[in-house]
Ligand binder design. Structure first.
Ligand code: PLP
Length: 405
């Protein structure tokens, strides 16, 4: 029997990305419409009453739901293989909502230490104000996870590959430890992208994205998304979003919908470029000596990444992120940044344009030197998000800059 092509869950990834969630208006537009409206009208007073009581389907107010945003959410849910999804104004709004909607005083959260800076603020500073106890562990050490997760742990949080050191955490193993105590595992899957890593299939319960990154992919808009079971999204997350208001704008949802159409193609080229660049630069005389048993250039797709085998087990490619240490410490790293002609100095990532940043003085400058050292963020570390330019130009640009380290 041939497949039922009316059910989008039977479609392959590329088809889901181009067509998933599309809901055409009576005009039959080819491209998804942008519904720039804050509110919606009702045919009668009775209809308004029924919609507010959830007895009639339909939109009520764009802080709750909007047709363009709903298309983005459905396409994301199909892509991720999740039962449901909700869009938010930024990645941080998604992460804050995913945590805050389910944590209460007396609960505990366990997180890997290597998380995005603003996430560390929420976990270490904000949540404890409301009586949530937080513990951070070295994400690569399963014994630390095992010791930290207790029956009081409600949420376990991690990012893999981690920013900016590209450490890999064993998602399936941490999911088993979390579930043993009835805790839920949330994965920040930004660095891997939904194309390369499928956390729900590895045992995670909830996945969050900054859609600002590869999902837009062209540096145009902020956005975020939370994905999980229908029960979690509708009963726990949706009321929190509805009443606290970090809503995704319909225009930005449309930009993200258009981004999704080309996501698989772009990620494939991102990964191809990153792999070529990493191979061309590894061993460059402008790189520092190996330290702590790690090479001066780290790329999860290369065999010399300390966790290469684990990375290849849970990811379908090495990502587009490369971390490397030029020789000459911070001054050497700055000389390399300032010598680049094509690659831009910027803290964003997942963009069509290649972007490089010095985490110790930008994204991670809030941390103390000790905390940075513990995370492996030296003063010489650079983090490169490889874009969609011709790899030969990127290799030439970085090679000439490394000569000036
Ligand atoms: C950028 C980023 C975020 C935050 O997303 P915004 O859209 O900037 O709010 C969270 N996690 C990771 C891993 C990121 O790279």
């Amino acid at each position: 029997m041939s497949k039922d092509t009316t059910d989008p869950r039977n479609w392959q990834l590329a088809t889901r990305l181009v067509r998933g969630g599309t809901a055409r208006s009576e005009n039959g537009e080819t491209s998804e419409a942008i519904f720039m409206t804050s509110g919606f009208c009702y045919d009668s007073a009775e209809a308004a009453e029924a919609r507010f009581k959830n007895e009639l389907p339909g939109f009520v107010y764009s802080r709750y739901e909007n047709p363009t945003v709903a298309m983005f959410e459905q396409r994301m849910a199909l892509l991720e293989g999740a039962e449901a999804a909700r869009g938010t104004a930024s990645g941080m709004a998604a992460i804050n909502a995913a945590l805050t909607c389910q944590l209460r005083a007396g609960d505990e959260i366990v997180s890997s230490r290597a998380v995005f800076g603003s996430i560390a603020y929420i976990i270490n500073e904000l949540l404890p104000r409301f009586g949530v106890k937080s513990t951070m562990v070295d994400g690569t050490d399963l014994a630390q996870w095992e010791a930290a997760i207790t029956p009081r742990t409600r949420v376990v949080f991690l990012e893999s590959p981690a920013n900016p050191t590209l450490e890999i955490v064993d998602i399936a193993a941490v999911a088993r430890l979390a579930h043993r105590h009835g805790a839920r595992l949330i994965i920040d899957n930004v660095f891997a992208t939904p194309v390369l890593q499928r956390p729900l299939e590895l045992g995670a319960d909830i996945v969050v994205y900054s859609a600002t990154k590869h999902i837009d992919g062209q540096g145009r808009s902020l956005g975020g998304v939370v994905l999980g079971s229908k029960a979690f999204i509708e009963d726990e997350l949706a009321p929190f979003l509805k009443h606290t208001g970090p809503a995704l704008s319909p225009f930005n949802a449309w930009v993200l919908l258009k981004g999704l159409e080309t996501l698989e193609l772009r990620v494939a080229r991102h990964v191809e470029n990153a792999a070529r660049l990493a191979d061309a630069i590894a061993g460059h005389p402008g790189l520092a000596a190996p330290a702590d048993g790690k090479p001066a250039l780290l790329y999860p797709g290369r065999a010399d990444h300390p966790q290469h085998a684990l990375a290849m087990r849970q990811m379908a490619g090495g990502s587009n992120m490369v971390a490397f240490r030029p020789k000459g410490g911070k001054a050497g790293a700055f000389r390399v940044l300032n010598a680049l002609n094509i690659i831009d100095i910027s803290n964003n990532l997942g963009d069509a344009k290649s972007l490089v940043t010095h985490p110790a003085t930008t994204t991670h400058q809030r941390l103390t030197p000790d905390e940075r050292a513990r995370l492996g963020i030296g003063d010489d570390l650079l983090r490169l998000s490889v874009g969609l330019e011709d790899a030969r130009d990127l290799i030439a640009d970085l090679s000439q800059a490394l000569e000036k380290a």
